[in-house]
Design a binder for this molecule. Structure first.
Ligand SMILES: [Zn+2]
Length: 329
């Protein structure tokens, strides 16, 4: 019996995860498994055309390695985006890239059909189709991605809900405190200012400054959510308090969305979700306190209880979601 070659398995979908630091290009098989990837540094300062050329070269490399022809490419990009026009708008970490027609330029360079979508939306789609949504057998969810910033995505009936301005799911800018910290979006008290990795590390540094606390061998000036979580696991009351506050604030934001949408599943992803065990207790108790819909769901034997869980797919969600959005077209 001869082995089936990959080309016979109709490998033809590529997903691209465009980040401010690196770009990942992944070749996917027809059963959605990742066959191979190419990763390269994002040459932001060389301009978008140079990065599109790098993407096209990576796709050619994957085609050569596996003897396949790619027809469709899905790309997840930071926003804001004009999805109808396939353009980037004013991306905070990509100076000089304003209004770049990424979809059409990549299509021209590769002669492939290209589908552009926001990175948070593709991650949410991946969780819905292949992650927590699959585990819990539901096809609608809302996902928060707690990273450098806070992103969000809404998937209804296994389709991304984009809204009329392609801006649906800006869940990082839900305000949890009308008089709270000012945010770069122009708002105040946005959850991004409390639950992003950036905000949590800032809270950690401030705690050490306020308390003049010394932890042997610990460099608090280079603190990260991971090192803060380690300290919390060792019983550091300051770090435990910060994660409890993150959970309470995120729980308040989630409670409002549970009351609004009543979808069955709410997912928390991104690097901060590695500390799920530290912030989940206050998150869940806060949702229960503020969401009537959550309480009724819990009290009823008939209704499904709205589930709030950590993401399952980790950092590969963006790449997988990009391939899924290509496949759906
Ligand atoms: Zn904001």
């Amino acid at each position: 019996m001869r082995m089936k070659s990959i080309s016979e398995d109709k490998v033809h979908v590529v997903g691209i995860d465009l980040g401010g630091t690196s770009v990942r290009v992944g070749l996917f098989a027809s059963d959605c498994t990742l066959v191979d990837t190419v990763t390269f540094k994002t040459r932001v300062s060389d301009g978008p055309k140079a990065v599109v050329a790098d993407m096209a070269e990576s796709i050619r490399t994957l085609e050569r390695r596996h003897n396949v022809a790619v027809h469709t490419i899905g790309i997840g990009s930071p926003g804001p985006l004009d999805l109808a026009a396939g353009k980037l708008l004013q991306l905070p970490n990509f100076p000089g890239w304003d209004n770049f027609p990424l979809r059409d330029e990549l299509s021209r360079s590769t002669r492939c059909k290209v589908v552009l979508e926001s990175d948070a939306n593709v991650a949410a789609l991946a969780e819905a189709v292949m992650g927590a949504g699959k585990t819990y057998n539901v096809d609608s969810l809302v996902m928060w991605t707690l990273g450098t910033g806070v992103g969000g995505g809404i998937v209804l009936d296994n389709k991304v809900w984009r809204g009329c301005n392609d801006m649906a799911g800006e869940l990082g800018h839900l305000s949890v405190d009308a008089d709270g910290l000012h945010c770069s979006c122009g708002g105040q008290g946005c959850i991004e200012r409390y639950a992003s990795a950036t905000a949590i590390a800032q809270a950690g540094r401030e705690w050490f400054q306020r308390n003049s606390a010394k932890v042997a061998g610990f460099d608090w000036e280079t603190i990260t959510t991971a090192t803060m979580a380690d300290l919390a696991d060792q019983g550091n009351s300051g770090m435990l308090g910060i994660f409890a506050d993150v959970g309470a604030r995120l729980g308040f934001a989630i409670s409002q969305i549970v009351n609004t949408l009543d979808v069955p599943l709410y997912v928390v992803g991104g690097g901060v979700a590695n500390a799920w065990h530290l912030f989940a207790p206050s998150l869940l108790s806060t949702v229960e306190k503020y969401s009537y819909v959550y309480r009724l769901g819990k009290a009823s034997n008939r209704r499904p209880i709205p589930m709030i869980v950590p993401a399952e797919l980790g950092s590969g969600a963006g790449l997988l979601g990009a391939s899924l959005i290509a496949r759906a077209q």
